[in-house]
Write a protein that binds this ligand. Structure first.
Ligand SMILES: NCCCC[C@H](N)C(=O)NCC(=O)O
Length: 426
């Protein structure tokens, strides 16, 4: 069977898998009420059900990265998406909460394989000078999945119920499985029709299809290379702080922070979070593109993190004094746009680690945002332990400012890695 030779189509198919995984991440909130009614789940049970995904996803990042480097992204994603498929069917048919938890963990396990795989695909198919742009687009495609899990999923489950909704998700999951199985290779195929592809593949010669390496000593060696690299740790710190705050703000505390501190109804606050998310969606590819154009990761990230510090300071300390809503909107948008800038940390890590270990490196740094979110969420809750007021929300939100300052400071310890890669290719 003739294989796909367009890097954009390959990326898009892996992107669809990433989108499906992201969809599941945010899908429980919408179906919480019917789940409560049908399976008598308590609020704690709903929260555990949602968390099952995050725990498996976070903890499996390194093992998934190891598998990706050893087996190649194609096989790993085929296995992962099959787990998502089976998990979705189990979820849809589950007669008891226990089976529902197992199904959710299976979905989390499957979804966990995709991020490290898509980064490996990007490393094998795209030029180093395109990497940050395509990584930014990957974040967009994931977030679109997250957005589809809101109103559109609400309407779907209204029409078909939560079981029907999950059966539809299972059917959609078959699409990337079939395309990846039949038409996609890990690396650009040696045979290709178009002149552009031939030219491009000549530049990425070392990536041309060859069997993946499987030696076990490679795994230990890869882990050693990644964990002993101080710059991978710097990137992990930035991701822990900045993505931890981003997920904590957009996923949990943001609406209530705006509601109390700006004295607005919760519905308006939730709409304002959409402005922050619009910033994320536009900022992600824009920052990647700027970084690729300038061929700089560190400087671009520093500039973005400086704006992030300014954005949080304005939103938390300055604007509440004046209560100017028309000023809050652009500040939210800009803060969202620069909150996603640490996507450059994945790119930077990939550039500092040999390509054969891109999977392990991506998995290693991608654990940080998940731990960051749980730590920041808990610390924020500590500020609200006695009462929920504008003052306690403002105090909790200072964590975001502090995290941005730490992230900005850490960015001075980054090492630029793109120049070396570009000079090797030309
Ligand atoms: N709203 C969730 C934040 C996700 C951060 C980032 N865009 C991303 O894709 N991270 C990798 C992942 O595995 O989620």
């Amino acid at each position: 069977m003739k294989k796909i030779s367009s890097k954009y189509v390959v990326w898009l198919v892996f992107g669809l898998a990433f989108m499906i995984g992201f969809f599941h991440r945010y899908s429980i909130g919408i179906i919480a009420d019917p789940l409560r009614e049908d399976l008598l789940l308590s609020t704690a049970g709903i929260s555990l059900l949602s968390s099952m995904y995050f725990y498996t996803y976070g903890f499996l990042q390194i093992p998934c990265g190891i598998m990706v480097d050893a087996q190649g992204p194609r096989r790993v994603v085929l296995m992962g998406m099959s787990a998502v498929f089976i998990g979705s069917i189990f979820f849809a048919l589950s007669p008891t909460p226990f089976l529902l938890y197992i199904a959710r963990a299976l979905i989390g396990f499957g979804a966990a394989t995709v991020f490290t795989s898509i980064f490996k695909i990007q490393a094998l198919w795209f030029k180093p000078t395109e990497f940050a742009t395509i990584a930014g687009m990957t974040a967009v495609i994931g977030n679109v999945g997250g957005m589809l899990a809101t109103a559109p999923f609400y309407h779907l489950t209204n029409a078909l119920g939560w079981r029907g909704g999950h059966l539809i998700l299972a059917i959609i999951t078959v699409i990337p499985i079939l395309i990846i199985y039949g038409w996609i290779t890990d690396r650009p195929p040696a045979e290709t029709d178009t002149k552009e592809d031939k030219e491009e593949h000549k530049n990425l010669e070392k990536n041309i299809e060859k069997p993946p390496q499987k030696q076990p000593q490679k795994i230990t060696e890869g882990l050693k290379v990644v964990v002993s690299n101080p710059y991978a740790w710097v990137n992990a710190v930035i991701l822990f702080m900045v993505f931890g705050s981003y997920m904590s703000f957009s996923g949990l505390w943001g609406p209530h922070f705006l509601r109390y501190v700006y004295e607005i109804p919760l519905e308006q606050a939730a709409n304002l979070i959409m402005i922050y998310m619009a910033g994320v969606l536009i900022g992600s590819p824009a920052i990647g593109m700027i970084s690729d154009r300038l061929q700089k990761r560190k400087r671009v990230l520093q500039a973005a993190l400086f704006l992030l510090v300014a954005g949080w300071a304005t939103m938390i300390l300055i604007l509440p004094v004046f209560q100017k809503m028309w000023l809050l909107m652009p500040v939210l948008f800009i803060t969202g746009a620069v909150s996603i800038s640490p996507m450059l940390c994945f790119t930077n890590t990939k550039e500092l680690i040999p390509q054969e270990y891109t999977g392990i490196a991506t998995g290693f740094v991608n654990m940080a945002p998940f731990f960051g979110t749980s730590v920041i969420n808990s610390l924020f809750a500590w500020f609200l332990r006695t009462e929920e007021t504008a003052a306690t929300y403002q105090a909790g939100a200072l964590l975001f400012l502090l995290a941005a300052i730490i992230g900005f400071t850490a960015s001075f310890f980054m090492k630029e890695g793109l120049e070396a890669k570009v000079s090797k290719i030309h």
